[in-house]
Design a protein around this ligand. Structure first.
Ligand code: HAM
Length: 414
């Protein structure tokens, strides 16, 4: 009997996993250079963390959570996103100073699976906690933009909007309710229900989006302070040379946002899942979780979707620099020692672990796309190995020292 991965989940194996390693590595080093330190939180949380954090009225909480009761009768949920967890952890740490956190890992949402919309998907993200200055918003948006540049994603757009503060939202809400009530007979049942409970979430409805032309927009209801913050963000992005467009309809699907919201859009993907990342400011989230006031801003980027947009996922296996061929089993210990030293010099090197014919070992070296085969045979007694370049077939004897071999291979590949 064989099993397949559950619906909406994927096995990520070589060669596709090569691109994953590159993208995750790029994020890791970039976040570190911007001063974001690693945070690891549990993959499941008390269900309330998401109900209160992400918001009861959102699609994520109402329809998409993997919620279960554990053997102790607690209601737990596989995290649908990480921001609420990061804030919970920050509050729990008792820290009173700002914290810049970076994370990477799987998230879970019970969605209708399709390309770029998975039930288990991978996000990388940062959260700048405890900082209300617009400079934090700018830095976060810039970091995401640089990441897409570094991995070579083309056709990327940054979309920006501001949702204002809770007080601004109250004025906006009543204008929006009036507008939606006026068109209620044309709205879906879901949206009609939301008019009273959470009218902003009507913008999330794919069915109703085109009926919202002429709806009042949050950006027109900002207080002076929220407007000044927004203007600082736009000015800072211009100064940083980050191209962006303002999108008054961008409200994001989670309830915790205040002021700045943004999305990174890959223009090459279908509109239904062309957001390759998104984020914003969430100054009220810590209080919604029962904590003190912690202004904060962050983003999460969807790695599955990014790789889809880049057309990555196939490709060749990762190449090796050197494949050590054991010409004579009596030399195995020497050959194993050599492969170890080659790896220490930083080369990607491998060897067959058991006895094989020399021909079979060369076939393995070709299959692994090695630059060179290093043959360990009788010449070892003279302090040498035979180095064969697999593409040209050129052969020469070189010293059996890992550094010497590494220099020879380096001059071939540079
Ligand atoms: P989000 O917009 O829900 O925001 O998700 C961020 C990104 O995760 C999306 O733009 C998309 O690329 C990817 N994503 C979401 N759902 C799926 C899915 N089912 N399959 C594949 N990819 C998906 C958040 O999660 C917030 N925590 C962002 C944030 C951080 N806001 C402030 N800080």
């Amino acid at each position: 009997m064989t099993f397949r991965p559950p619906k909406g989940t994927d096995d990520i194996l070589p060669p596709a996993s090569q691109a994953w390693r590159r993208v995750l590595g790029t994020f890791d080093s970039l976040a570190e250079r911007y001063g974001y330190e690693l945070a690891i939180t549990p993959i499941f949380e008390a269900t309330e963390v998401f109900e209160r954090g992400v918001g009861e009225g959102t699609d994520v909480v109402q329809k998409e959570m993997y919620t279960f009761e554990d053997k102790g009768g607690r209601s737990l949920t596989l995290r649908p996103e990480a921001t609420a967890s990061m804030v919970r952890a920050y509050l729990g740490s008792g820290s009173q100073t700002p914290m810049k956190l970076a994370y990477s890992g799987p998230m879970f949402r019970y969605e209708r699976p399709q390309a770029g919309r998975r039930r288990q998907f991978w996000q990388v993200g940062v959260e700048y906690l405890g900082e209300d200055a617009a400079g934090a918003d700018i830095e976060v948006i810039e970091l995401g933009y640089r990441f897409y540049q570094d991995i070579g994603l083309e056709g990327l757009e940054v979309q920006l909007n501001s949702l204002g503060d809770p007080a601004d939202r109250a004025g906006y809400r009543s204008a929006l309710v009036d507008f939606l009530t006026g068109i209620a007979d044309r709205l879906s049942d879901d949206s009609r229900r939301r008019i009273d409970t959470n009218p902003l979430r009507v913008f999330d409805s794919k069915q109703d989006r085109d009926k919202l032309a002429g709806a009042p927009l949050p950006i027109d209801y900002l207080s002076d302070a929220a407007r000044a913050h927004y203007e600082q963000v736009t000015a800072g992005l211009e100064e940083a040379g980050i191209p962006f467009s303002e999108n008054g309809l961008l409200v994001r699907g989670l309830d915790y946002y205040t002021r700045t919201v943004f999305e990174y859009v890959a223009t090459g993907l279908d509109a239904a899942q062309n957001a390759v990342g998104g984020g914003g400011r969430y100054d009220g989230l810590a209080e919604a979780l029962g904590g003190r006031h912690v202004p904060a801003v962050g983003f999460s980027l969807g790695v599955d979707r990014i790789l889809l947009a880049m057309g990555e996922g196939g490709g060749e296996p990762a190449p090796l620099d050197a494949f050590v061929v054991v010409a004579d089993e009596a030399r195995r210990a020497a050959a194993t020692g050599l492969v170890r030293k080659l790896r220490e010099t930083g080369l990607r090197a491998d060897i067959e672990p058991g006895a094989r014919s020399v021909k079979a070992q060369f076939r393995a070296a070709d299959r692994r796309r090695a630059t060179a085969a290093i043959v360990v045979g009788d010449e070892w007694d003279d302090g040498e190995v035979t180095l064969r370049l697999l593409e040209s077939g050129d052969e020469q004897r070189v010293g059996n020292d890992a550094e010497i071999i590494s220099t020879h291979i380096g001059s071939e590949t540079s």
